[in-house]
Write a protein that binds this ligand. Structure first.
Ligand SMILES: [Ca+2]
Length: 467
């Protein structure tokens, strides 16, 4: 009887233990909000250093041709969670004709997939894919726990009197002063570390969707950039990037302290490109054209670094063409479960681990309905961009012209035709947005934005882009 009991107990415990025994990693995805590729020294930052993120790169793999899911928050996060690109995904702008769109109850997400594979799942920071009361809340989308902001507007407030845990408000007595204790990121980073510690003995997925350096541009103290003669927003933004880096360091230290370094894949990235006000003073878009909301490179080319000691070769670089849609199938691959049907991404585990054959990628497709309908395709070194569906396609050779300065469409009608065909094939109509032919529009807020000529006039592309 005793032996039978031990056998049964062993069988019950086996799946969790086996996951680690088989080399299936904990997965920590740290997502900065609105940070540009030029904000990080691993990608050539001009104004400061991010030593902990540099360490991720020197101990792991840095991707040089990685893209976020979109050029604004909600669609980018939707792509990350669902593995579908923005031609198929529910969220294709922050807003829609009918307001906020919540993920439906039957949505497959990376959190649900990992949860069903036996992982503990926790999210910390900004969710943005369903507010409390909707079907889209994180705890109905595969997370055991989500702590932070469910609502994107709420996430602007760093000195808030409440955060949200699994749809319930967590109330705080604020001191009325701008202290680290009252600063929301302090609470969110601490909860991130606590989750890692609590789940150290079992496989876990930690989605650290931290809110800095997204505005409001406020921080309790600014020892690094406080003396700079920059406008306050610029100084604070730079300090918020440094804060993200500091807390990447805290996560790495925690993994070391817990002895789970070699069981843990850490990925660092940002959800979309930088805002235009940080281009000139800081070079936050890394010399690329465009910025947040535009499907030029500066709006969506993203830092993407992955570290898994003993499994990812340290100090390596990958030029694999990848975007956030690849995260779900990669996670599925690493934990040994089949990727769901109906997704657009593919696993980049072969590139990460240097094992097997990485499936080549012909092209990446993007669309966005904010502030105007735009489409973009990356195909090899080619980049096609189109405003609306009627405007002529702009074509750039990113190898020769990384800043997308010279439109060479007229010289390459065959490439233009190929890219237009991809745009037609990958776009599916959505009932939640105005028809692309109308040239706009992610809902009432987006319609109040500046016109595109005004937006483009703010651009200051520089010809010496390296990424
Ligand atoms: Ca964002």
């Amino acid at each position: 009887m005793k032996i039978l009991f031990l056998l049964l107990a062993g069988l019950l415990l086996a799946p969790l233990a086996l996951l680690h025994a088989a080399g299936k990693p904990n997965i920590i995805f740290i997502l900065a909000d609105d940070a540009g590729i030029g904000d990080f020294s691993a990608y050539g930052c001009k104004y400061g250093t991010t030593p902990n993120i540099d360490r991720l790169a020197s101990e792991g793999m840095k991707f040089t041709r990685a893209y976020s899911g979109s050029a604004v928050c909600a669609p980018s996060r939707c792509v990350l969670m669902t593995g579908q690109h923005t031609g198929h995904a529910l969220r294709r702008a922050n807003q829609s004709k009918i307001g906020l769109l919540s993920l439906p109850p039957d949505q497959m997400t990376v959190a649900r997939l990992l949860h069903e594979a036996g992982y503990a799942t926790g999210g910390f920071g900004k969710w943005g894919l369903g507010n409390p009361g909707s079907t889209g809340v994180a705890e109905k989308q595969g997370f055991d726990v989500f702590f932070g902001y469910y609502d994107q507007k709420h996430a602007h407030d760093y000195y808030t009197d409440h955060l949200v845990r699994n749809s319930a408000d967590v109330l705080y007595q604020l001191s009325g002063k701008e202290t680290w204790e009252d600063y929301s990121h302090t609470r969110i980073a601490n909860e991130t570390l606590k989750f890692i510690e609590q789940n150290k003995d079992r496989p876990f997925f930690c989605y650290a969707a931290w809110t800095p350096p997204h505005g409001d541009f406020v921080i309790p103290e600014n020892p690094v950039f406080g003396e700079k003669q920059w406008p306050e927003d610029i100084r604070n933004y730079a300090a918020m990037v440094a804060l993200v880096d500091r807390d990447v360091g805290r996560v790495l230290q925690k993994l070391k302290d817990l002895g789970i370094d070699d069981k843990t894949l850490v990925i660092f990235s940002s959800d979309n490109g930088a805002n235009p006000e940080f281009i000139e003073p800081l070079g936050s878009t890394g010399g690329l054209r465009g910025y947040k909301r535009l499907l030029y490179e500066g709006g969506m080319r993203t830092p993407f670094i992955a570290r898994w000691p003993g499994n990812i070769q340290p100090g390596t670089t990958s030029d694999a063409l990848t975007s956030f849609m690849d995260f779900l199938p990669t996670a599925a691959d690493l934990c040994g479960v089949p990727a769901p049907k109906g997704i657009d991404g593919h696993s980049i585990a072969p590139a990460l681990l240097g094992k097997g054959q990485q499936e080549p990628r012909e092209s990446l497709y993007f669309e966005i309905y904010e502030p105007f309908f735009q489409q973009a395709v990356r195909m090899g070194d080619w980049k096609g961009y189109r405003l609306g569906t009627k405007a002529p396609l702009e074509l750039y050779d990113l190898k020769a012209d990384p800043a997308e300065a010279e439109n060479i469409a007229a010289a390459h009608p065959d490439i233009v035709q190929k890219i237009e065909a991809i745009m037609t094939a990958e776009h599916t109509p959505s009932p939640h947005y105005d028809a692309p032919e109308q040239g706009s529009a992610g809902g009432p807020k987006a319609k109040k934005k500046a016109s595109l000529p005004e937006l483009l006039n703010e651009e200051k592309p520089t010809p010496n882009a390296k990424h």
